[in-house]
Design a protein around this ligand. Structure first.
Ligand code: FES
Length: 138
């Protein structure tokens, strides 16, 4: 085994739930979606992740595709959640504090595969673009 390989596998084996926050051309852009504190949303998500003691993490990404459903946030299952059947869950129209709270509630509880989503958050689930659906089955 290559030195360091075990550590890499170990790290992948314990990946936490991850909130992938789109911050591309439309998501998070106050000119396109005025009336919401997009930077404040990201700050809140990051602060909660930092305080979660590793229960979940937050990362940002460029445009994920469904710009007409901005802000888009994908809830990626943890490794344990994926083993339990959880799959990436795409949430759209996340432009209010209530949906941000629900995303945090779900991620804190374990996310896809480990905890049921808040029922009202389910109303914001959106279909991923075809390419993402293919990737998530792998
Ligand atoms: S900018 Fe978020 S989906 Fe395009």
């Amino acid at each position: 085994m290559v030195p360091g390989q075990r550590a890499l596998i170990g790290a992948a084996g314990s990946r936490p739930c991850t909130l992938v926050v789109c911050r591309g051309c439309c998501c998070g852009d106050a000119r396109k979606h005025p009336g919401y504190d997009h930077a404040g949303q990201l700050d809140r998500l990051r602060a909660a992740a930092a305080a979660s003691d590793g229960a979940f993490q937050v990362r940002t990404t460029d445009c994920l595709g469904p710009c007409d459903q901005a802000n888009v946030i994908v809830v990626q299952p943890s490794t344990a959640g994926r083993r339990a059947g959880g799959r990436p869950t795409w949430v759209g129209f996340a432009t209010d504090d209530a949906s941000t709270t629900e995303l945090l509630t779900w991620a804190t509880a374990g996310g896809p595969g480990l905890a049921p989503p808040p029922p009202t958050l389910e109303l914001q689930f959106v279909s991923p673009p075809r390419a993402a659906r293919v990737r998530s089955r792998r």
